[in-house]
Design a binder for this molecule. Structure first.
Ligand code: MG
Length: 129
């Protein structure tokens, strides 16, 4: 079974890049250009791993993460940021993120984090949370 990832980023370039990298690595990738679009997609489909930009126009990544957690505690949510120093991993974990990655995105950097995410989901499903 293919592993499914939802990529959320308001910048077309970043989204395309991530989609290409992850698709090439064998994942099934869906894209959303905003948190609102992503939340709409999530109403009909389950995404075990969600990779999201933190700085977006209509809703920032932190609020987006909180909105996801209101109804979904199982998905692994990974923050994507170009400004690592602005965000403290502890703070991101408090609002419900599982991990974060800094831009620029490279496959050898992102893949281990995503694989760890899928592994975490297996555990969550096994033991509940
Ligand atoms: Mg952005």
């Amino acid at each position: 079974m293919k592993k499914k990832i939802l990529v959320v980023d308001d910048e077309d370039f970043q989204r395309d890049l991530l989609n290409k990298l992850l698709s090439k690595a064998g994942y099934t990738v869906a894209e959303a250009e905003s948190p609102e679009v992503a939340l709409a997609l999530m109403r009909n489909e389950d995404f075990p791993v969600i990779v999201t930009d933190l700085i977006m126009l209509d809703m920032d990544g932190v609020e987006f993460c909180q909105r996801i957690r209101e109804r979904n505690s199982q998905s692994v949510i990974i923050a994507l940021t170009g400004y690592a120093d602005l965000y403290d991993l502890q703070k991101l974990k408090q609002v419900g993120f599982d991990n974060y990655l800094t831009k620029p995105i490279k496959l050898d950097k992102i893949q281990p984090v995503i694989e760890a995410g899928f592994e975490k989901i297996k555990q969550r499903k096994k033991y509940g949370r």
